[in-house]
Design a protein around this ligand. Structure first.
Ligand SMILES: Nc1nc2c(ncn2[C@@H]2O[C@H](COP(=O)(O)OP(=O)(O)OP(=O)(O)O)[C@@H](O)[C@H]2O)c(=O)[nH]1
Length: 505
């Protein structure tokens, strides 16, 4: 039961209890019990119920007839008539008119005792005529019933009870509200509590609960806003931690569940094979699962085949590319017209061959061969014929220089080069003589059917032992010999030997 409901029930039973006493005595009068006996009973009742500071009878004009406690009767009788008459009081008038028990608003008593009070008035009726009232004044300052209830049930809360006009009937000791003080809380709303009404009492703010009892009294239970806000904030933390805990728990179980589902699927894709068997059985052998498993296996198989095919294609392409690279490299070193090495191709091989010869202390010769008057050939028979001569001369060289160690190249234009290693330099010279003679014997037919021959000049540089000359030096020396040939009439061989002898032929 809520706080206000409890208190509402308590106030109702409090009022009912007091009504009963008043109505009992009115009834005694109504049924004709001798008045002295009724007065005696009233005095006893008042003594037993100290919240009644008096239980009184008045005649039909409102004049007080009897006053309990009886020791005040004399004082009452000495009062001026207007103070001994209650005919102007609302509770008297209402009881007279309605012929029913009336509970007054919270008012000040008058007469011998002036205190805040609530009057319970019951009309008396004799010969069906209104004959007066029996009424008891509840001393608001002496209400202790609720105090105990409040202290026991609501130790940290405050209670305000008002009549139906908002005049204070009761407050606990901690609230500084005088009896009869007006208490009509005007709800303002707190930023945290938002929807909870907040009342201000004596400069303090309280969140309040409100209820009205069946007699029109208002019951307010006040909560200190600081405590209430703290309570709410604490609850926020507790609720927040609770929510986080629940989320964590949910995530944990969600993870467990997802792992339980996905682990066997992942395991299915594991090429190690049968490890999934146990996990599969965890899920049961449902048709859906075996469908998924089969599809995954099929996908895995397709992926594997695709990967294998891809690897094979990559390997094939790599080999093709390597071959292409070799071809390109070879082409880069080759003279397109004669298929001999070009200058850079020749240099690359010749440098290594020279180094090897030096290391092995082997003799070697380098010869430059230049077709004589080649320009005239071109000019006389045309450039294509010139090309034909170049190709024929290249073929002639290749036919003669068949040793593995012979390196032949076209060094530019109509100039050819050959490096001969091993054996003796005489054999190199003989080889050049052979080429020289065969060139003279070579006869090429022009487009016009004319037979044309040409000659070649040859400059040779032979090296015996390690003379510390590099390719460039040796080419220059051979070129000097070639120049000598050209200068002295062409169609000649001139040679120089380093490390042994210098000979001109
Ligand atoms: N047909 C043809 N001619 C070329 C090629 N490369 C260079 N020539 C020509 O070869 C000729 C070389 O002429 P020159 O350097 O004066 O030499 P030459 O006429 O042989 O005179 P000498 O060497 O002094 O006997 C030039 O006319 C070039 O145009 C080629 O690939 N094909």
């Amino acid at each position: 039961m809520s706080n206000t409901k409890l208190l509402t029930a308590a106030t109702e039973s409090f009022i009912r209890e007091h009504i009963q006493v008043i109505e009992q005595h009115a009834n005694l009068i109504n049924i004709g019990v001798p008045i002295p006996a009724v007065h005696t009973s009233m005095a006893i009742a008042q003594a037993k119920m100290p919240t009644f500071f008096n239980i009184t009878t008045a005649d039909r004009d409102g004049t007080l007839l009897f006053f309990a406690p009886t020791h005040l009767n004399e004082s009452v009788n000495r009062l001026p008539i207007e103070l001994r008459n209650v005919s102007e009081r609302d509770y008297f008038i209402e009881a007279m008119v309605t012929r029913k028990t009336v509970i007054s608003d919270a008012i000040m008593s008058k007469g011998v005792v002036v205190e805040p009070m609530i009057s319970i008035a019951t009309p008396t009726v004799q010969n069906e005529q209104f004959s007066g009232i029996v009424f008891g004044a509840i001393h608001l300052g002496a209400i202790n019933e609720f105090k105990n209830t409040v202290e026991q049930l609501l130790p940290n809360k405050h209670v305000v009870i008002t009549d139906n006009l908002g005049r204070t009937v009761f407050t606990d000791d901690k609230i500084a509200l005088a009896p009869l003080a007006q208490f009509t809380p005007f709800p303002v709303y707190h930023y945290i509590t938002e929807l909870l009404p907040v009342a201000r009492v004596g400069g303090n703010s309280f969140i309040y609960e409100h209820r009205m009892n069946e007699y029109g009294w208002h019951i307010y239970v006040l909560h200190d806003t600081k405590n209430a806000v703290n309570d709410i904030e604490n609850n926020f933390i507790v609720v927040g931690i609770g929510i986080i805990f629940v989320i964590c728990l949910f995530l944990f179980f969600a993870h467990k569940l997802s792992t339980k589902i996905t682990a066997p699927l992942v395991d299915l894709l594991n090429p190690e094979g049968q490890r999934h068997t146990k996990k599969l059985s965890m899920l049961g052998n449902s048709k859906e699962f075996s469908d998924v498993a089969n599809k995954l296996k099929r996908t895995q198989f397709l992926m594997q085949s695709f990967e294998d095919r891809l690897k094979q294609q990559v390997t094939e392409k790599t080999v093709q590319l390597e071959q292409l690279n070799l071809q390109l490299a070879a082409q880069a070193r080759e003279d397109g017209m004669t298929q001999l090495l070009n200058r850079s191709g020749f240099d690359e091989l010749a440098i290594n061959a020279i180094k090897t010869s030096y290391r092995l202390n082997q003799p070697f010769s380098l010869a430059l061969l230049d077709i004589d008057h080649f320009k005239t050939l071109n000019d006389s028979y045309g450039h294509p014929f010139g090309d034909k001569c170049l190709q024929a001369f290249a073929a002639l060289m290749q036919r003669n220089c068949k040793r593995e160690t012979d390196i032949i190249g076209r060094y530019g234009g109509e100039e050819f080069i050959i490096l001969m290693s091993g054996k003796d330099v005489q054999s190199h010279h003989k080889m050049m003589q052979k080429i020289h003679q065969q060139t003279m014997a070579l006869s090429l037919t022009t487009q016009d059917g004319e037979h044309v021959s040409f000659t070649v000049s040859v400059g040779i540089c032979s090296i015996l032992g390690n003379v510390n000359l590099n390719l460039h030096d040796i080419v220059e020396l051979a070129d000097e010999e070639l120049y000598k040939c050209k200068r002295t009439g062409r169609n000649k061989i001139s040679s120089v030997t380093y490390g042994y002898t210098n000979e001109e032929e």
